[in-house]
Design a protein around this ligand. Structure first.
Ligand code: DOR
Ligand code: ZN
Length: 424
């Protein structure tokens, strides 16, 4: 099986390449790159006008299976990933049962195999994500997890968390932490501030996130573990990470399109659709997140794709679950918010969505080298379109971006040499 991608603008951030090149794929791997390539009998993809980049690596996705198949299944989540240009994703363990043992890791991988998307289940840190007893972290590592996390259920027991960090360091796995102090966020997913006051709801304060980031940074420094802060949402949080990195602490972090695009005001017009943990914050926070993306403090753009059913999201704000889908909109939102605004180069945006998360997870992905697995996305960087949740292939329709005009459209997604998504 040979595939020739002709005439595209190849942007490969990790190798600093941005030029007109053809790519020949043979048996799932990149065989040649150059100008004017031809290949007898190969399928030819005309990539004129398209950007050809490494397939996106999304290190924060909730696939919901097993246990919550009404929200999403591995198959529908992977279809959404492919449509969004994502070829590799890390699946969060808050399923039922939780991904806290090798059997569930194997189950999720088995379900994902036919989709063509490389699904890497993260292992839970504590049994059932209950925050009480550590899982067999070495067994999870042996089962192939790329990272450990209790996302959605932050660990509060410091002795347990510290022990988990010692073990994670020993195993060479990053520990991903959802930072929100549970004592400070007993209430709804609205930022504590003007909007929560207006709604008369108790809010989730920024300090709840920042205190835990500070705590994690201190523990990372103490244990030598690689700690990765999930979906960072506040300007001060970014600053804590910036200072920690400057003194050599092994800390990395990620953010999501919603945190560099939307503010808490969205809750006033969209209610539960804008409910997410951590919550949407203020304009100053949006700017702080953008600054962190620009100066390299933030290492990755992820979706935190968190599908819920229409019924669940139609409930009043206090009763609806938190989360928003993102796989089918993340590239367009990143290009629209960060590239088309002139804030950063195309290569930088793509690094944040491919090579940089791949590197921090230690994956040999996110790069278009000859000899590597051919995971690519081909997209039109200029095409304007309107986000329409009815067109989603995800089961989740819970996006606050419905009706928004964006620029940048995925045309083909290729995983290990096979076209797993083609527009139209
Ligand atoms: O809003 C969120 N939803 N934040 C999380 O951390 C978990 C996620 C979910 O699983 O729905
Ligand atoms: Zn989370």
């Amino acid at each position: 099986m040979r595939l020739l991608i002709q005439g595209g603008r190849v942007v490969d951030p990790a190798r600093n390449i941005d030029s007109q090149l053809d790519i020949l794929i043979e048996n799932g791997t990149i065989a040649h790159q150059g100008r004017g390539l031809s290949a007898e009998g190969a399928q030819v993809l005309d990539a004129a006008g398209l950007v050809v980049s490494p397939g996106l690596v999304d290190m924060h996705v909730h696939l919901r299976e097993p246990g919550f198949e009404a929200k999403e299944t591995v198959a529908t989540g992977c279809a959404a990933a492919a449509k969004g240009g994502v070829t590799t994703l890390v699946a969060m363990p808050n399923t039922r049962p939780a991904t806290d043992c090798p059997d569930i890791v194997a189950l999720v991988r088995e379900k994902a195999a036919p989709t063509g998307v490389d699904v890497l289940p993260a292992g839970a840190v504590t049994v059932g994500q209950k925050g009480q007893a550590l899982t067999d972290l070495a067994a999870l590592k042996a089962a192939g997890v790329p990272a450990l996390t209790d996302d959605g259920m932050p660990i509060q027991d410091l002795a347990l968390l510290r022990e988990a960090m010692f073990q994670a360091k020993e195993l060479g796995l990053p520990l991903l932490d959802h930072c929100e102090d549970r004592d400070l966020v007993r209430s709804y997913a609205v930022n504590e501030g003007a909007v929560s006051a207006q709604l008369g709801l108790p809010g989730r304060p920024a300090i709840a996130e920042e205190l835990q980031i500070m705590r994690d940074v201190m523990l990372a420094e103490d244990t030598g573990a690689h700690v990765h802060i999930c979906h960072i949402s506040t300007a001060k949080g970014v600053d804590i990470v910036r200072r920690a990195k400057a003194r050599g602490v092994r800390v990395t972090c990620e953010t999501c399109p919603q945190y560099f695009t939307l503010t808490e005001e969205e809750v006033l017009c969209q209610g539960a659709m804008a409910r997410v943990n951590p919550p949407l914050r203020t304009q100053a926070d949006v700017e702080g997140i953008r600054a962190g993306l620009l100066d390299g403090t933030i290492d990755a753009i992820v979706t935190d794709h968190a599908p819920h059913t229409a019924e669940e999201k139609s409930r009043p704000l206090p009763d609806a679950p938190s989360g928003m889908v993102g796989l089918e909109t993340s590239l367009a939102l990143a290009l629209t918010g960060l590239y088309h605004t002139g804030l950063m180069s195309l290569s930088r945006v793509l690094a944040l969505m491919s090579s940089s998360p791949a590197a921090l997870l230690g994956l040999s992905k996110g790069m278009l080298c000859v000899g590597r697995g051919a995971d690519l996305v081909l997209f039109d960087p200029e095409e304007e379109w309107v986000i329409d949740k009815e067109q989603f292939v995800s089961k989740g329709r819970n996006t606050p971006f419905h009706g928004r005009t964006v620029r940048g459209k995925v045309k083909y997604t290729i995983s290990r040499g096979t076209i797993i998504y083609q527009e139209g």
